[in-house]
Ligand binder design. Structure first.
Ligand SMILES: Nc1nc2c(c(=O)[nH]1)N[C@H]1C(S)=C(S)[C@@H](COP(=O)(O)O)O[C@H]1N2
Ligand SMILES: [Mo]
Length: 331
């Protein structure tokens, strides 16, 4: 479907990641919100027909993202104990609102990623961790479950497109994973890479994008208390659209840093290349810390809106996580 289009990478990014796209998404959300209101009204006995409802049922949504069930002996890992150090400070996003609306460009440039993830097979899987370290290792999800103890963290998430959500992630600190491979002092950055499977992920057939999706952090960022490796969300293993079997969650940075479905982690002394930064460097910085006062050419970063409710909040510097991370950026 992409073969007839002749575009340069920056044209592609512009056309696929446009403000129009966001307005459509917001209209979509408004329609969904009205449907929801309609549903409540029916519940209250005020019959309000919902004609042409194209919203998936809970069952359809769940089936669309379903991954292979955990082996019996691993099932008790979920839900993991909640780490009480973290609270949202606002209402939690409803699970299906997060599952229905997300970014995962390998599958689609639209938000209804759940419709396109069917062919994705995140089992079996391995994550190679290597580079400037003394004990490079390859982990499969079983190794990960055996080596690292899972906890649940309630984090705020903020996309550069200004949508936001509050969700409980299951996982462990990225620092613990890095310590396991014994980083060498020369390691200054950590590079992350997602899978490369154009046969399972349609947008990957468009080679004007710099696939596979990649991201990077400084070593100090990667070993910060907040930097989290997630294997689950809402007390269950990650469904396909949220990036199984493992992904990053970096809550003080714009969402594009939170790379999904990771296959390789490399300790390095060079600043790694990053997907959106490579495509449009003036819009997507490498550092990408959430900051209402760093303007974006297409989206005002002053406020953000919550998935599901569209409630608006003022953007907080570092997404409100300054007590953990501000010290990383002192001049
Ligand atoms: N591999 C990969 N990871 C990715 C993306 C992507 O397109 N591909 N999108 C990013 C963006 S822009 C956001 S906002 C978050 C959204 O994911 P979530 O809603 O599951 O947290 O995933 C990030 N990780
Ligand atoms: Mo994003």
């Amino acid at each position: 479907m992409f073969s007839t289009m002749i575009r340069r990478p920056w044209d592609v990014a512009e056309s696929l990641h446009t403000p129009e796209g966001v307005y459509q998404a917001r209209d979509h959300h408004r329609r969904e919100f009205l449907k929801k209101v309609g549903r409540t009204a029916i519940g209250a006995g005020l019959a309000l027909p919902i004609a042409g409802c194209d919203r998936p049922t809970d069952e359809e949504l769940r089936a669309a993202g379903a991954v292979e069930p955990l082996p019996e002996e691993k099932k008790a890992l979920y839900p993991a104990p909640r780490n009480d150090a973290f609270t949202y400070g606002r209402p939690e996003t409803i699970q299906r609102d997060a599952a229905e609306f997300t970014n995962f460009y390998e599958f689609a440039p639209s938000k209804d990623v759940y419709r396109y993830v069917g062919p994705f097979e995140p089992t079996p899987w391995t994550v190679e961790v290597g580079g400037l370290c003394s004990s490079p290792q390859t982990f499969d999800p079983d190794d990960i479950y055996d080596r690292f103890s899972l906890e649940e963290r309630a984090y705020r998430h903020r996309c550069v497109e200004t949508w936001a959500m509050c969700v409980p992630w299951t996982g462990f600190r990225l620092r613990d994973l890095l310590e396991a491979v014994e980083p060498q002092p020369s390691a200054r950055y950590v590079a992350f890479e997602s899978f490369n499977r154009p046969d399972q992920a349609p947008t990957m057939q468009d080679d004007t994008y710099p696939w596979p999706y990649a991201e990077g952090l400084t070593m100090d960022e990667a070993t910060n208390e907040l930097a989290f490796v997630a294997t689950g969300i809402y007390g269950e293993p990650l469904p396909k659209q949220h990036g199984p079997p493992i992904r990053l969650v970096i809550p003080w940075k714009y969402g594009f840093k939170s790379i999904k479905s990771i296959v390789r982690i490399t300790l390095t002394d060079q600043r790694p290349s990053a997907f959106w930064n490579t495509l449009i460097p003036h819009e997507y910085g490498f550092e990408a810390n959430i900051d209402p006062d760093v303007p974006h050419p297409r989206w005002s970063q002053q406020t953000e809106w919550m998935l599901g409710t569209e409630e608006r909040y003022e953007t907080q510097k570092f997404n409100g996580y300054g007590e953990y991370v501000a010290g990383l950026y002192d001049a």
